[in-house]
Design a protein around this ligand. Structure first.
Ligand code: UDP
Length: 324
């Protein structure tokens, strides 16, 4: 089966592409390389350098590449940025996804996997299941919700079968694939850059949240576990559409992550408390029992130390990320 992976030069998309290839799928990566890296595209994938904003070429591309399923990762991904530049999310992200869905329905494709987010849920102080209250706290979360809703209607009206995977926090590295955003804003790589001596200290965005130590709590899941969940969903699409929450079910505060990174790296990693980052939820932890029960998926690397250790290994081997 040939799968089109949009954003396949990015962090999660590249790992999914590599795992698909390992399992014998054919992969075409579509990426505009504004945030992705050519070097992250796994050998063995075909590469189309294109932008989803140019919707008119998409039906032709799907036909020409004989695409049978689409996995859509290409998007702006920063909660904080979405509060400052909402139209990058409510505009670009939504428009690009709709362009893709327009093409998918035009050519009659029936399989679609969407990278969604935990950020569409209302904050909660217990693990969040699929039935919990949906109430995005940012334009980023809202943009993902808008596409989930479009998918629901396309399922009902055109027979498109989709899976929406609400990621909690993807982390870790796999082989020669790791996290390299410019500028980096995600907690684990930011912390590891301090350990590498690239940045002086890590800023902690708020220590006055209603959590055990006042810093935000997140559920970190290894990127390869996320990738394997996509492949499990692809295999199950024929039985119907679904949306799953994907995490390990354990929360770690920002301070705890910094402490784990200190242990794993052996570096002191200086931290300072800064004001809150608008749009952040205090506590986001997944209840992933539904995907475990329905698809038999379970994380193979649930331990945060292991997750951080794989990321650390990658950062040490790639101190300048994907740059030469
Ligand atoms: N965070 C932080 N300092 C940083 C980056 C992130 O304190 O330099 C916090 C952020 O406020 C959030 C958590 O770490 O509570 C995870 O943020 P990240 O951007 O990694 O992922 P998000 O949860 O926003 O998807």
């Amino acid at each position: 089966m040939r799968v089109l992976v949009t954003g396949g030069a990015g962090y999660i998309g590249s790992v999914v592409s590599a795992r698909l290839l390992e399992r014998g799928y054919d992969v075409t990566v579509l990426d505009n390389l504004t945030a992705g890296h050519r070097r992250a595209i796994p050998a063995g994938a075909r590469f189309v350098h294109a932008d989803l904003a140019e919707g008119a070429m998409l039906p032709h591309l799907l036909d020409e590449e004989r695409v049978e399923a689409v996995m859509h990762f290409a998007a702006n991904i920063k909660v904080g940025e979405s509060m400052r530049m909402p139209m990058r999310y409510l505009g670009d992200n939504v428009r690009n996804a709709l362009n893709l869905l327009d093409a998918v329905t035009t050519v009659g494709l029936k399989r679609f996997i969407f990278s969604s987010t935990a950020a569409l849920f209302a904050p909660s102080d217990s693990p969040i299941g699929e039935g919990d209250t949906i109430e995005p706290a940012s334009p980023y979360g809202e943009s993902k919700l808008m596409i989930e809703q479009a998918l629901r209607w396309l399922d009902a009206t055109t027979g498109l079968r989709y899976a929406a995977l609400r990621y909690f926090n993807a982390a870790g590295a796999w082989g020669n694939l790791g996290e390299d955003h410019r500028p980096e804003s995600h907690l684990i790589p930011v912390v590891l850059k301090v350990a590498l001596g690239e940045n002086g200290k890590v800023g902690i965005f708020g220590d006055d949240y209603p959590t055990s130590d006042g810093t935000c709590v997140r559920d970190y899941i290894h990127v390869v576990d996320l990738a394997d969940a996509h492949i499990a969903c692809l295999g199950a699409l024929e039985q119907g559409s679904r949306a799953y929450n994907l995490g390990n079910g354990r929360g770690f505060s920002v301070m705890e992550v910094v402490e784990v990174a200190r242990r794993v790296t052996g570096h002191p990693i200086e931290a300072e408390v800064l004001p809150r980052r608008p749009g952040d939820s205090p506590w986001l932890v997944a209840d992933s029992s539904r995907i475990r029960e329905e698809l038999g998926w379970s994380p193979q690397m649930p331990d945060l130390e292991t997750i951080v250790a794989t990321a650390w290994e990658w950062h040490r081997q790639h101190p300048r990320g994907y740059e030469e």
